[in-house]
Design a protein around this ligand. Structure first.
Ligand SMILES: [Zn+2]
Ligand SMILES: [Zn+2]
Length: 796
């Protein structure tokens, strides 16, 4: 097409110019939290400093950015900023590979990633960006650790960690590949080691209750709610008090109320507060101690080989059958939390495996619903190397899912023989370890004194500074070898002490990462007591919406838990429901050819390459257009091409129409509309009034739909409706031309008006081109109106 002197679509020039203008006007600075306008804190995920923005980030931030721009255009104050999750193993591994200190590595990665994100034109308030590995930020984690410790919600306990004998180091779960060490490929053992724990169990019941409230609030999407239920792992059933022949009773739980008569044993968690009472004999106590402190083989995590301690004690059957032997097994914890449960082989595959190990002879009749050949179905021995491993019970599936008859509220009356049973709930979610034997993390503010034991560092002395000139090798913890770090004074007695050399897992930093962006950059260096008193926190929290990947369920769950703790302790008292997020959207990932993208498969899409080729607007539009957020996005080049073609057409069409002189118009050859010749000369403006009215109606309907979609973060649908609006505009022109042969002044004004509306509703999804179009469609003497077109909506 001959453009004449009309500008052609040059995404790189347009995007560079718009980004420059946004920088110059500080367009995305967070407004002061004092206005009367509605306020929204929109929280994007905090990226690891992995080195590169990948296409999954582009998807995530395109959704959040579209929503942020939409809210601003609707006259709301928006806080849209993030911090880098820059501590932890991914950064440490990157630094080891790059043979440099992690601090240098994360700084370089963050700089590169920020450059990539800026090129994509995301409207973050960059002044609020932070790195969780900066001392001014990790003092928040240390403060949180001490605050939770004082409240009894952080405690020291003994726990299992993976250990490599060759490398002499503990490993994180992701460093263990098929039971071997990622570095030396030798087998890994589980060992017991003192660890710091976070007591989330204190808030499981409240979290359970709140999930229903969040569901009712309507701005948590189904994926996000499902993730919260999954992490919680609620199991409904009944509990009974079983008498011991020697006196005393134990409360036991089962999800299988209908099968009490088939109970064959009772299993207690080794962490059960009453466990000592049931392990009287000295050899039993010894076995229990071994179970708690000794090494386990990795394979021992499955039912077939999970350790069992037979206590020699029994409890009376709830239905008058044979007495039930009492065993102790860590198997209980991962399925029902710290509790005691009835073992019912007929109703539960794991119980069937345990019963076979206890009682020797396999059950002659295969339990109903068991996979053929499973251990309970007559396999000669349960401890064979691969017995049933493929369908071994997984912590991921609460047994109640396999047994719908055990659903909550509707426990049949007959299931409560002699009135013993009462409805009860257990949760799979459990306290977890927050300490790591690694150097790239927040130092734990504890010192060990020979006289006073473990002593917290006073809050006024925070932060405990991490030496930055460490070069981890993957073997051992270099922090433990730094005498200048380790030597300390005991805050209590003033004597010599040694610092804790474990650091906090970056998951612990994440408990807190949603708060610091609420703090104005000028206040950052202030004391935490001052910061926690700021009105800004009260103004921006709770966060209106989290937009994050669907693998963020654990993060969000634990953030919700800690918010409740800090509400009760005091600092977040103003969040009376203990919920940090009013709404949550979990989007799925970007895949290609139906598979997860990986370098190994060679199917990775490089955002930089795409931006170089098509421009940021095209890529952003394409990831929104291709799938609804809750669905996996199967990458397709044709979606990108289609979105690029759309933007180019909008650009060319708009500029061709803006360049026309009204009333001197002639049918445009490119549209192929055929004039009816000289006879149309006499047709006045009134003859096309109905078409103009219809165009106005189309615009109104489109704006309504796009508003509704964007408000609900259904961006794929919003983008489609923008595309349809463009079709309608062109259709209008064709009809006018069919009627008269050209556009009169009124027709032309209506067309330009519609193009301005199109530009305004395109703005959240392809902001650079949309803003340029709106500027070009606005007469030189008029003020640019980039606000969202007004529309009447049903309140949510
Ligand atoms: Zn190793
Ligand atoms: Zn001391």
């Amino acid at each position: 097409m001959d453009n004449g002197d009309r500008p052609s679509y040059d995404p790189h020039a347009i995007e560079a110019a718009r980004q420059q203008a946004w920088r110059a006007s500080d367009a995305f600075r967070t407004p002061e939290a004092t206005s009367e306008r509605p306020r929204k804190y929109i929280k994007p995920s905090a990226p690891f400093t992995s080195g590169n923005i990948h296409i999954g980030h582009v998807r995530s931030y395109s959704i959040g950015d579209a929503y942020a721009r939409f809210c601003r255009a609707r006259g709301e104050d928006v806080l849209f900023a993030f911090g880098f999750d820059s501590f932890g193993l991914p950064a440490e591994l990157g630094a080891i590979a790059g043979k440099e200190p992690p601090s240098a590595w994360v700084a370089r990665c963050a700089e590169h990633m920020i450059g990539q994100l800026k090129k994509l034109g995301f409207s973050f308030d960059w002044e609020r960006t932070f790195m969780s590995s900066d001392a001014i930020m990790y003092r928040w984690s240390q403060w949180l650790f001490l605050t939770l410790l004082e409240a009894g919600l952080v405690y020291r306990g003994s726990g299992s960690v993976d250990w490599c004998d060759t490398c002499q180091t503990t490993l994180a779960t992701i460093q263990v590949e098929n039971g071997t060490c990622w570095r030396c490929h030798n087998p890994v053992r589980l060992i017991q080691q003192p660890q710091w724990y976070l007591r989330i169990s204190a808030y499981l019941q409240e979290n359970d209750r709140r999930i229903e409230e969040l569901a009712a609030s309507g701005i948590w999407d189904e994926n996000a709610l499902a993730s919260q239920r999954f992490v919680l792992g609620r199991v409904d059933g009944i509990e009974l008090d079983l008498e011991s022949p020697e006196g005393g009773a134990l409360t036991v739980f089962t999800p299988h109320a209908e099968a009490l008569a088939q109970a064959r044993f009772v299993a207690i968690s080794p962490k059960h507060p009453e466990v000592e009472r049931w392990t009287g004999g000295s050899d039993v106590a010894e076995q229990l101690e071994e179970l708690r402190s000794g090494g386990l083989d990795r394979s021992a995590r499955e039912a077939e080989t999970m350790p069992l301690v037979q206590t020699g004690r029994t409890l009376l059957s709830p239905t008058g059958g044979d007495p039930l032997p009492v065993i102790v097994s860590p198997m209980v914890d991962g399925r029902f939390g710290v509790t005691a449960v009835l073992g019912i082989p007929e109703a539960d595959r794991t119980d069937a495996v345990i019963a076979e190990r206890l009682l020797g002879a396999p059950d002659p009749t295969p339990a109903e619903g068991l996979p053929q050949g499973g251990p309970g179905a007559g396999a000669p021995s349960g401890d064979g190397p691969s017995a049933g491993s493929a369908d071994a019970p997984s912590e991921d599936h609460p047994p109640s899912e396999d047994h719908p008859s055990a659903t909550p509220a509707s426990v049949p009356a007959g299931a409560h023989p002699d009135g013993h049973g009462r409805e009860a709930v257990r949760y799979k979610a459990n306290d977890f370890t927050i300490s790591r034997q690694r150097s790239w993390g927040t130092p734990i503010p504890i010192v060990y004194c020979e006289k006073c034991g473990a002593v917290p560092v006073p809050k006024a002395e925070l932060p405990v500074i991490l030496p930055l000139d460490l070069t981890p090798t993957g073997t051992g913890n270099p922090l433990a070898e730094r005498e200048d770090f380790v030597r300390a004074r005991c805050p209590t007695c003033g004597g010599e002490a040694r610092r804790e050399t474990d650091t906090l897992d970056c998951h612990f930093d994440a408990l807190w990462l949603w708060v610091p962006v609420c703090v104005p950059p000028g206040e950052r260096e202030q004391s935490l007591e001052h910061i926690l008193g700021l009105d800004d926190l009260r103004a921006w929290l709770p966060c209106e919406r989290v937009v994050a990947g669907s693998d963020s369920g654990n993060f969000v769950f634990d953030q919700r838990t800690v918010t409740k703790a800090l509400r009760d302790i005091g600092p977040l008292e103003f969040l009376s429901e203990g919920e940090p997020f009013a709404g949550c959207l979990f989007h799925e990932m970007v895949i290609r050819d139906g598979r997860k993208m990986s370098k190994h498969l060679g199917n990775v899409v490089d955002p930089d390459e795409l931006v170089d080729r098509y421009g940021a607007d095209t890529i952003r539009l394409a990831v929104l257009y291709a799938a609804r957020p809750q669905r996996s996005l199967n990458w397709s080049d044709s979606d990108v091409k289609r979105c690029h073609r759309f933007l180019r057409q909008v650009w060319d069409y708009s500029h061709a129409r803006l360049a026309l002189e009204p009333d001197a118009l002639h049918p445009s050859a490119e549209d192929g509309a055929s004039s009816e010749g000289g006879q149309t000369q006499a047709i006045g403006p009134d003859k096309t009034e109905h078409l103009r009215k219809r165009l106005a109606q189309w615009c109104e309907t489109a704006v309504e739909k796009i508003t509704e979609d964007t408000r609900e973060l259904e961006m794929h649908s919003a983008v489609r409706n923008v595309m349809r609006l463009f079709d309608r505009v062109r259709d209008y022109e064709k009809r006018v031309i069919a009627k008269r042969g050209w556009l009169c002044a009124e027709d032309h004004e209506a067309l330009v008006q519609a193009l301005r509306t199109l530009a305004r509703v395109l703005m959240p999804f392809a902001p650079h081109i949309a803003e340029q179009l709106l500027m070009d469609a606005t007469p030189g003497d008029a003020e640019l109106d980039a606000s969202w077109p007004e529309v009447e909506l049903v309140p949510r």
